[in-house]
Design a protein around this ligand. Structure first.
Ligand code: UT7
Length: 334
């Protein structure tokens, strides 16, 4: 039997209309455009500010566009999962809400919690399902409404994050393209440095937790920064070496968009020039599980069949990893 590879066959995306600029943030907290641009690299971010709309709203728009672009019939979708830290509800899953909203009748669905690395993990899960030969159309969504847990009185975190969603279709091929290799890691050491204090089963929501502002992102930025730089750089170098990839044959690095200085450090470790690194942090900020597929969405028109790409991410947990993708279609003809 011929070997089955799992290949990305399309990308869809969505970002909300509302643009939160550095100027507006400077009116909320003691900061300025210069600090945010030099320390983080974000100029503006999108915010889903309409009452009553959650992550599934953005995820549905991204998945709908994906299904249109790939000509996919809802009945043919086997599986959909949503990488997210900001699900619509504690339960049921945001993915199950999508099944209804997208009219998927034959799919199973679940959310995957891997923080900013969630999309990377999901891609590998999708590849495993497709390569098993049992599933033909798997939708992977990365979506987060980070504004739902950002404290807009905390200058150390509020300039970083934004809202957005994007999705890819993963399908089988017998050609030598697709999700070729993955190195994924989790260590559990990151809890003190990046978490939300309340709202989970250890500390359920109460008047006390609300009064004490425990339902926001808590981040010790400097520590997270150090781990992000070393783990992302190391794992990217490791997957490159394992697959005989170097600055001469890597076409794209697709890095998590948490901080421009982290992205620069990862690229310079492999000596890959800036023009081969997908960067859109300046306009969306850190959309957590949304960053990698939103990069693909923005850069799709530049991609060529056979491009060698290394996706890499780092997030709460800590979670991190790198995935080697040999791109499967010419983006300019979409
Ligand atoms: O996606 C999940 C993974 N997350 C990440 O990868 C985030 C990693 N961390 C970071 O990106 C950076 O650590 C931050 C952007 C969060 C912070 O940048 P930093 O260069 O590490 O700043 P810092 O926390 O060391 O703070 C330096 C100074 C402090 O002042 P003092 O103590 O030196 O007087 C802060 O109070 O900058 C101050 N500061 C600010 N100043 C103006 C912190 N936030 C701001 C601000 N505007 N918004």
């Amino acid at each position: 039997m011929e070997k089955i590879n799992a290949v990305i066959t399309g990308v869809g995306g969505y970002v909300p209309d509302y643009i939160l600029t550095n100027e507006e943030i400077s009116r909320m907290v003691d900061t300025n455009d210069e600090w945010i641009m030099t320390r983080i690299g974000v100029k503006e971010r999108r915010i889903l500010n309409e009452e009553g709309l959650g992550t599934s709203y953005m995820a549905r728009k991204a998945a709908k566009q994906l299904m249109q672009k790939t000509g996919s019939n809802p009945d043919d979708v086997d599986c959909i999962f949503v990488a997210t830290t900001t699900p619509d509800y504690r339960f049921p899953s945001t993915a199950s809400i999508l099944c209804d909203k997208l009219g998927l009748k034959n799919a199973f669905a679940f959310d995957l919690s891997g923080a900013c690395c969630g999309f990377l993990y999901s891609l590998q899960v999708a590849a495993g399902l497709v390569c098993s030969g049992r599933y033909k159309k798997v939708i992977v969504v990365g979506a987060d409404k980070m504004s739902s847990m950002v404290d807009y009185s905390d200058r150390a975190t509020c300039p970083i994050f934004g809202d957005g969603a994007a999705a890819v279709m993963v399908e089988p091929t017998t050609e030598d393209y697709g999700i070729m290799d993955a190195i994924l890691r989790t260590d559990g050491k990151g809890l003190p440095f990046l978490h939300m204090k309340a709202g989970g089963s250890v500390c359920p929501a109460s008047a006390y937790t609300v009064e004490n502002r425990w339902h926001y992102i808590h981040q010790e930025g400097r520590t997270v920064f150090k781990y992000a730089v070393s783990n992302m750089s190391n794992v990217t170098a490791e997957i490159a070496a394992k697959n005989n990839l170097d600055k001469n044959n890597i076409d794209w690095i697709v890095p998590h968009q948490a901080n421009l200085r982290i992205i620069d450090a990862v690229a310079s470790r492999l000596e890959v020039p800036h023009e081969k690194v997908m960067i859109n942090i300046e306009k969306y900020g850190n959309t957590s599980a949304g960053t990698l597929p939103l990069c693909l969405w923005d850069f799709e028109h530049k991609l060529k069949k056979g491009d060698n790409m290394i996706f890499t991410a780092f997030g709460a947990g800590f979670t991190w990893g790198a995935v080697y993708v040999k791109w499967g279609y010419d983006g300019s003809v979409i």
